[in-house]
Design a protein around this ligand. Structure first.
Ligand SMILES: [Mg+2]
Length: 246
């Protein structure tokens, strides 16, 4: 059966994400701490002390975990969890509710700006350009990156932030939603991602084929049928050619 659509995971599939996440995590919190200290000093309210002294980064993480447990449906909606956690901490620090919301939303703007600073592998742009001429393309991410603000967004007919629809991968729903919008049956679709649990397994269960981006992957023969391991996404066009001639 010939292939009609390809869906892509984003983080650690089209770019290396680790450095970006670290910079974003510490960057937006440090920005909040600085800007808030300035604002308090200008208002003569420095008596509250320094926000990060009372609520270091670990307290922020703990607050997110607590909220995720209290709101299981929201567990994959990282932007929601972050903003609420910041509001909680800022109110506990001593800000009014409205000031806490203002500062939390300003910190989240900073977060999203830093989060967008990803560097897609240099091969990705021409890869998507070429594939877009032959296949319908979609993106399915559990991340909270504002994909519509990246140039490569234009290659995807559909982009699904699975956490924000409260169905993070490996839930089948973001895959089904993408396939519906791409008007493609699972048997004619391929999903490309780096996570065995969140990309490969759910795609296989739906009857899609899967490309597993994994530098250390075992050889294809030792994997279930329909899984094609690649060391890097740049190897995808060659794989598609091999599959087409089978
Ligand atoms: Mg990934």
């Amino acid at each position: 059966m010939s292939l009609r659509a390809i869906t892509f995971d984003l983080d650690d599939t089209l770019w290396d994400n680790r450095g970006v996440m670290e910079r974003t995590e510490t960057g937006h919190y440090a920005w909040l701490d600085e800007a808030l200290a300035d604002w308090l000093a200008r208002r003569g309210a420095s008596g509250l002390g320094r926000f990060s002294d009372r609520y270091p980064q670990a307290a922020y993480l703990a607050a997110r975990r607590r909220l995720a447990e209290q709101h299981p449906l929201r567990r994959g909606d990282f932007s929601w969890l972050r903003e609420r956690a910041l509001v909680e901490l800022l109110m506990a620090f001593g800000l009014t509710r409205s000031a806490a919301w203002l500062w939390a939303s300003a910190a989240m703007n900073r977060f999203h700006a830093l989060r967008l600073d990803v560097s897609p592998h240099p091969e990705v742009e021409p890869l998507l350009e070429g594939l877009g001429r032959r296949y319908r393309l979609g993106a399915i991410t559990n991340g909270n990156l504002a994909l519509h603000r990246l140039a490569l967004h234009r290659h995807f007919e559909v982009a699904i932030a699975a956490g924000e629809i409260q169905a993070p991968k490996p839930d089948a729903r973001p895959f089904l939603a993408a396939l519906a919008r791409l008007e493609t049956a699972p048997s004619r679709a391929l999903h490309v991602g780096d996570s065995w649990k969140e990309d490969v397994m759910p795609a296989l269960r739906l009857g899609m084929r899967a490309v597993w981006i994994a530098p250390e992957a075992p050889p294809a023969g030792s994997l279930p049928e329909g899984v094609h391991p690649l060391r890097h996404v740049r190897e995808l066009p060659a794989l598609l050619e091999r599959l087409a001639t089978r």
